[in-house]
Design a protein around this ligand. Structure first.
Ligand SMILES: Cc1cc2nc3c(=O)[nH]c(=O)nc-3n(C[C@H](O)[C@H](O)[C@H](O)COP(=O)(O)O)c2cc1C
Length: 398
């Protein structure tokens, strides 16, 4: 049986799936439900000294949207969007710490890790919150520089308002890293031009890990009413964001392999996605939207799915999969030459490939299409649209 354990910033976690900081980790009661699923750990809802961010959560709203970006009523499709307005932990720090302590006790009995998350509006506040979390006993601390909502709340300088100010973000990171002994992870916003150099600066400032990434801000009108859904702009994400997130994980892995740990979040829907995150370079994967949609037990299914996949493929440890896709990615300039090939007996002559060819390579034949190799550039359009299994192949040419 595969061993799902992972060393993350020196902390052993029994498997790489962690419930992300959000409503499923809003308090001890919710966090215990996450722990019961067998997930490797939980990241508590972000503890904050901002009254505005605490109050917002008491008026939180969200909608699951379908592919047309209409509100789902009933079945939520795999390619959903979660459009939401929510704040940070509802209780003030002195009360929220009690929830953390209660969860830590429970987690110890269930071999799960509780990660503290903090978000302040002042430099000193980050240090104070960090120390409070450390004193409570968490082995890891996540600094939330990615929450999209403060951007929409004038005067609230936390979340992505920090994540977009690289100098201030590094200043906070350094201050907290110097003040606490536990490793710190920095959860960043994707709404910046570059996360690679920034990740390096955060590492230099004392971060043990980066969490790539929090969610985007979006805007969705309801065409029936002419008004925006849930009153205006909101946080947006869903499984469709995965390639955008993996792009950054890929780049940070390539730039700093072995120098910084990576937590992946924003777009992991199921165990297949967890595998993709790991193969891109994420040591652990934080999951939120799918749990909010399908319930806590979703986590349990994904741990099992990951274990079964590893057994089937013969991966004995998470480390064997870690970053393997990123490490085998090659530059545009090094791509091999390729050509399409039609397997005549499998072609059903539907001519879909003709419509998808822009190099004048696919040619109409009496019984099947054929490829003019002088024109074929090996783009793979024909291969992608062909409905007959095995009728089009792409071959590397010398
Ligand atoms: C309703 C909601 C509340 C969230 N609250 C927090 C939070 O308090 N702190 C935080 O760091 N991230 C928060 N997040 C972001 C999630 O932790 C997670 O990183 C994000 O949703 C992307 O992961 P996913 O694609 O699995 O949903 C929240 C997300 C949602 C949808």
């Amino acid at each position: 049986m595969a061993n799902l354990e992972i060393d993350f910033c020196g902390v052993r976690i029994k498997n790489p799936l962690v419930a992300a900081s959000a409503e499923p980790t809003l308090n001890a009661k919710n966090m215990k439900k996450c722990i019961d699923t067998g997930a490797g750990g939980v990241i508590a809802k972000t503890m904050t000294d901002s009254a505005a961010m605490r109050e917002l959560t008491t008026r939180a709203k969200w909608r699951f949207l379908n592919q047309k970006h209409e509100v789902c009523r009933g079945k939520v499709p795999r390619s959903f969007s979660l459009y939401s307005r929510s704040g940070l932990a509802i209780e003030p720090p002195e009360d929220f710490i009690k929830e953390i302590k209660e969860t830590l006790k429970y987690a110890e009995q269930h071999d799960a890790v509780v990660i503290g998350s903090i978000g302040s509006v002042e430099l000193d506040g980050w240090v104070t919150l960090g120390k409070q979390m450390e004193d409570a006993g968490v082995p890891l601390l996540e600094l939330n520089f990615g929450c999209p909502h403060p951007k929409l709340m004038p005067g609230v300088r936390t979340g992505m308002n920090v994540g977009q100010d690289f100098d201030y973000a590094c200043e906070i990171t350094q201050a907290v890293a110097q003040a606490v002994k536990v490793p710190i992870m920095i959860k960043v916003t994707p709404q910046v031009s570059d996360l690679v150099e920034f990740s390096g600066s955060l590492r230099d400032a004392g971060a043990a890990a980066v969490t790539l990434t929090n969610r985007f801000i979006g805007f969705v009108p309801d065409i029936e009413t002419g008004k925006p859904l849930i009153y205006g702009q909101a946080g947006v994400g869903g499984p469709w964001t995965k390639p955008l997130t993996l792009r950054w994980i890929n780049e940070v892995r390539q730039a700093y392999n072995g120098e910084i740990f990576i937590a992946g979040t924003n777009g992991a829907y199921d165990w297949r996605d967890i595998v993709m995150f790991i193969m891109s370079g994420a040591h652990i994967v934080e999951m939120c939207s799918a749990v909010m949609c399908y319930g806590y037990n979703w986590l349990k299914k994904q741990v099992k799915g990951l274990e079964d996949f590893m057994d089937e493929k013969g991966y004995k440890t998470i480390d064997e999969m870690l970053g393997i896709a990123s490490d085998s990615a090659i530059a545009y300039s090094d791509m091999p030459a390729e050509k399409a090939k039609v397997i005549a007996e499998k072609c059903v002559n539907c001519k879909m490939c003709l419509k998808a060819c822009f190099a004048d390579a696919m040619q109409e034949g009496e019984k099947h299409t054929w490829v003019n190799h002088d024109n074929c550039i090996g783009c793979g359009g024909c291969y992608s649209v062909c409905p007959a299994e095995g009728a089009v192949e792409i071959e590397v040419v010398p």
